[in-house]
Design a protein around this ligand. Structure first.
Ligand SMILES: Nc1ncnc2c1ncn2[C@@H]1O[C@H](COP(=O)(O)OP(=O)(O)OP(=O)(O)O)[C@@H](O)[C@H]1O
Ligand SMILES: [Mg+2]
Length: 312
């Protein structure tokens, strides 16, 4: 496996667990979706992958390896992977793009580091990609600054930067949430084309089940920092094995049933399954529940009977 995350746990400095234990794997050509509502730990996971966890959050257990090299401990090979073989499209492009650099400088940043290409060499190589992403060709555009772009252009610029060293794996953090539906659709189609042509593997992070089920072969459902279940998209949609997944599927089919409450704060999460405070099927064994582990489709994810849930 090219990227492996094994039993990763992320904690706040005061010891409160924010994520995990979480395991997943991603290989070239894979189309994996990570689903979770706001605050479930999606961005923290990516920040751990790229070594940019916010102050006050640290990895306390588990292992992250990419192409056989540990990403969670210092070492020569690690920096050669991040940004080159494993790339990232951030959640908030405006925050992620250095406002003092022109688009041309931003685009040639990673090729300069990883391929030792000059500005001119990198731009010449990237010209077809820039055109393909629908960004205006020509130097006038490349001399602009990030704040002079539209939201959709900024997101495509981030994709161009992520693809600038021809990665094997791409992680996208809710890349289309800020885009209007038409721009969103062209962005999706582009990533899918690249996946088919280049054998790119992607981890697409979103809170949108309908979107994830459209573009992903496998899904992993995250709630309150725990992986609730994972599986092949079709199986997970037709026979969800955790009430939270069932609830997501119902909501995506526009038949939401009444549900109260919010995702509990990390320090207020119950023992066992984090969904208990909102779950209509809660029972005593829920406090012994453990997050999903292993390969997709393994084991029952909840002891509560799910037969009553109609999803067809
Ligand atoms: N710097 C920090 N210090 C302490 N807690 C943090 C920090 N950053 C994030 N958290 C907590 O970690 C949890 C997960 O945050 P994260 O940003 O990963 O959520 P997310 O799933 O990406 O949400 P969204 O969909 O809103 O982007 C939240 O409970 C959040 O409050
Ligand atoms: Mg996020």
């Amino acid at each position: 496996m090219s990227l492996r995350i094994d039993d990763l746990i992320l904690q706040r400095v005061d010891g409160v667990r924010l994520l995990g234990p979480l395991s997943l794997s991603l290989a070239p050509g894979d189309r994996l979706g990570l689903l979770g509502e706001s605050g479930s730990g999606k961005s923290l996971l990516i920040q751990a992958l790229f070594g940019v966890l916010p102050p006050g959050v640290a990895q306390s257990d588990g292992a992250i390896t990419a192409f056989g090299i540990p990403l969670d401990s210092p070492g020569a090979g690690r920096d050669a992977i991040r940004g080159a073989r494993l790339a990232w499209v951030p959640q908030d492009p405006l925050q992620a793009l250095n406002p003092l650099l022109t688009l041309g400088e931003l685009l040639t940043l990673l090729p300069g580091i990883h391929r030792k290409e000059s500005h001119r060499e990198a731009l010449a190589r990237l010209a077809p990609l820039i055109a393909r992403l629908g960004l205006p060709p020509g130097l006038a555009f490349l001399d602009r600054f990030p704040h002079q772009l539209s939201g959709g252009q900024r997101q495509r610029l981030c994709l161009a930067m992520a693809l600038s060293c021809d990665p094997d794996l791409l992680v996208l953090d809710e890349p289309t949430t800020a885009l209007d539906p038409l721009v969103q659709r062209s962005f999706l189609e582009l990533v899918l084309e690249l996946q088919r042509e280049r054998g790119l593997g992607f981890l697409w992070i979103t809170h949108d089940l309908a979107l994830a089920s459209l573009i992903c072969d496998r899904l992993l459902v995250l709630y309150g920092g725990s992986s609730m279940e994972a599986g092949l998209t079709g199986a997970l949609l037709s026979t969800p094995r955790h009430p939270y997944t069932a609830r997501l599927v119902e909501a995506a089919r526009r038949q939401p049933s009444a549900e109260s409450g919010f995702l509990p704060a990390p320090e207020d999460r119950p023992e066992g399954c984090p969904y208990q405070p909102r779950c209509s099927r809660v029972q005593s064994s829920c406090s012994n529940w453990a997050p999903w582990k292993g390969s997709a489709g393994e084991g029952l994810r909840c002891d509560a009977p799910l037969e009553g849930v109609s999803l067809t």
